[in-house]
Each structure stands twice: as structure tokens, then as C-alpha cells.
Design a protein around this ligand. Structure first.
Ligand code: C2E
Ligand code: MG
Ligand code: MG
Ligand code: MG
Length: 294
């Protein structure tokens, strides 16, 4: 009885392993196919400046528009794309598309242009010349003002001198740079001192408990948020706060001097045409508010 049961279990484990391997392989094949079929699309999430009532920028967030499975989130395919070394190809498409989409955005009611924030994967830094030349080409082709292009870098990868040279080269093109998910990875204050940066994006986890029911968690969240904002100020970096979901959080952040806010409070990631509408409506609301204040 035991032997048979063990045999059965071993067989089942083997089957499962096989299934996993098969599905992994077919996913690889699918991902390669998706790249050549151009099955990806970008959505945009507004980053609002609550001090000037303008949309500072929109963050480009990629989705895999799978023919059978519908929209697949980046968390579910970017690690694989990196693993099978197609992230540079996909990343290049993302950079060019985001820049050309950004040109179609309306201006804010005060005449200022809306920027576009683009996530750059750590693996795109491996072929650093390709990354720099892709960005350069995208700038030239679209004629977008370079400072409107913000490149988001995650802190999860090591910042060697080679990577810092690449970031420098990107900034020499006129682009701005942002350290994404600040506080979750490997960042140290030394890095903030050495990486040429314009923005730091405070990770959602910092402020998740801010203004929530749990007073102890609220206090802790409040303390760390203020500390990080003061670090940003010390290093002369513009803080962008991610994952702001409530007006209590927004008010509190504003009190602490953070005015660049991104999160569901203002909007989820939107289709391009919805993004244009969002900017237009945001401008109209700002004008009404301006009249009220006058
Ligand atoms: P990220 O760059 O930190 O992007 C912010 C993520 O937080 C987005 O998830 C966004 O939808 C989500 N988010 C924004 N506001 C809120 C909020 O108020 N509450 C909650 N719960 N979530 C919020 P998304 O689009 O699923 O992207 C996940 C991650 O995938 C991104 O994190 C980024 O690391 C990566 N990613 C997305 N697009 C790209 C891309 O084009 N290239 C690369 N290399 N990575 C990308
Ligand atoms: Mg990002
Ligand atoms: Mg982020
Ligand atoms: Mg994040």
C-alpha cells in the first residue's frame, strides 16, 4: 500500500514538474511571439502637482494584451522578459511609444506641458549604448522637449560606476531621472549621493498605513514619510509619492511639502485617450478652483 502510494505521489510530482516546465517553455515561446506581434500596450497614470493644480507627468505602464488571456500585468511578464533577454527589445518599443504618445497630450491650463515617466528595467542597462541611443533617437524623432522625459530606475540593481556613467549620459541628453520604489530595495544614502537623480519616488508601502484606522501604524508611517521627505530635500531631489489613495494622505503629504502625487485618489492607469480627457478635465477643475479663490 505504502509503496504504491509513494509511487503514485512520485508520479504526480513528476507530472507537475513536467507541466510547469511545459507551461514555462510555451510562455517563453508566447512571449517571443508577442514581441514580434506587438501585443503590448501602454497605459498612463497621472502624476499630479497639487501645488499648481497641474498634471506634472504621466507614468507609462506596460500591459501585455494577450489574444486569449486579455490584459496581463507587468509583474507577470517583465521578470520573464528579462530572463529570456527580450526586455531590451520591449523596452526600446516602450521608450519610443511613450515619447510619441506624450506629444499627443494636451497642455495644462497654465500652458505647461505634461511630461512622461518611463520605467527602465535593470537589464536595459546591460546594453547601455543601445539604451542611450534609443532614448536619443526617440527624442530626435519626436522632437519632444527632453526634460519632459523622466526615466525611472529601480534601486534593486547594483549601481556600479558603469551604470552611473549611463545615467549621466541619459541626463546629458536632457532627460530627467527618477529613483523608483525608493525605500524598498537596496538603496543607501551613499547611493543618493552618487547617482545623478532629479526625483525620488516614495514606494507605496511607506504611506499605505498613513491616515488609516490603526493609530500605531499611522504614527510609524507618518514618521518614516517625514524622514524620507526630509532626505529628499537634503539631497535636492523632488519627491513623488506613489500609491496615494485617500485625501487624508494627500493633505498630510502636502503639509510635509510633498506636492507630486500619484495614486488611485486621482486616477488609475488610463488608456491614452482617457489620459487626454483626464488632463483636460483636470485643467477645467483647476480653473474653477482658481475662480473660487479669487
Ligand atoms: P511602478 O513603476 O512602481 O508603478 C506603480 C505601480 O503601482 C503600477 O502598477 C500602478 O498601477 C500601481 N499603483 C499606482 N497607484 C496606486 C494606488 O493608489 N494603489 C495601488 N494599490 N497601486 C497603485 P503596475 O502597472 O501593475 O506596474 C507594476 C510594476 O511593473 C511597476 O511598478 C514597474 O516596476 C513595472 N513596470 C510597469 N510598466 C513597466 C515598463 O514599461 N517597463 C518596465 N521595465 N517596468 C514596468
Ligand atoms: Mg515606476
Ligand atoms: Mg514606482
Ligand atoms: Mg512602486
Amino acid at each position: 500500500f505504502f509503496t504504491r502510494n509513494l509511487e503514485h505521489e512520485a508520479k504526480e510530482a513528476h507530472q507537475l514538474e513536467n507541466d510547469l516546465r511545459v507551461s514555462l517553455v510555451s510562455n517563453h515561446v508566447e512571449l517571443h511571439k508577442a514581441i514580434s506581434n506587438n501585443e503590448f500596450k501602454l497605459m498612463y497614470q497621472p502624476i499630479v502637482d497639487v501645488a499648481s493644480d497641474t498634471v506634472h507627468a504621466v507614468e507609462a505602464l506596460v500591459r501585455w494584451n494577450h489574444p486569449k488571456r486579455g490584459l496581463i500585468s507587468p509583474a507577470d511578464f517583465i521578470p520573464m522578459a528579462e530572463q529570456i533577454q527580450v526586455m531590451d527589445v520591449l523596452g526600446n518599443w516602450i521608450i519610443r511609444r511613450a515619447c510619441s504618445d506624450a506629444l499627443t497630450l494636451p497642455t495644462n491650463s497654465d500652458g505647461s506641458h505634461v511630461g512622461v515617466s518611463i520605467n527602465i528595467s535593470a537589464t536595459q542597462f546591460i546594453e547601455s549604448e543601445i539604451l542611450v541611443s534609443t532614448v536619443k533617437q526617440a527624442l530626435e524623432e519626436t522632437n519632444i522637449e527632453p526634460q519632459l522625459v523622466k526615466l525611472e530606475i529601480t534601486e534593486s540593481a547594483a549601481f556600479g560606476s558603469e551604470k552611473i556613467r549611463t545615467i549621466d549620459a541619459l541626463r546629458k541628453l536632457g532627460c530627467k531621472t527618477a529613483l523608483d520604489d525608493f525605500g524598498t530595495g537596496y538603496s543607501s544614502l551613499t547611493q543618493l549621493n552618487t547617482i545623478p537623480l532629479d526625483y525620488i519616488k516614495l514606494d507605496r508601502s511607506f504611506i499605505a498605513a498613513l491616515g488609516g484606522e490603526d493609530q500605531l501604524k499611522d504614527q510609524r508611517s507618518d514618521r518614516i514619510t517625514r524622514a524620507v521627505l526630509s532626505i529628499a530635500q537634503t539631497f535636492n531631489l523632488l519627491p513623488v509619492v506613489e500609491g496615494v489613495e485617500t485625501s487624508t494622505q494627500c493633505k498630510r503629504l502636502r503639509d510635509y511639502g510633498a506636492t507630486l502625487i500619484q495614486g488611485y485618489l486621482f486616477s488609475k492607469p488610463l488608456e491614452l485617450d482617457e489620459t487626454r480627457k483626464f488632463i483636460e478635465n483636470f485643467g477645467k477643475k483647476a480653473q474653477v478652483k482658481g475662480v473660487e479663490h479669487a
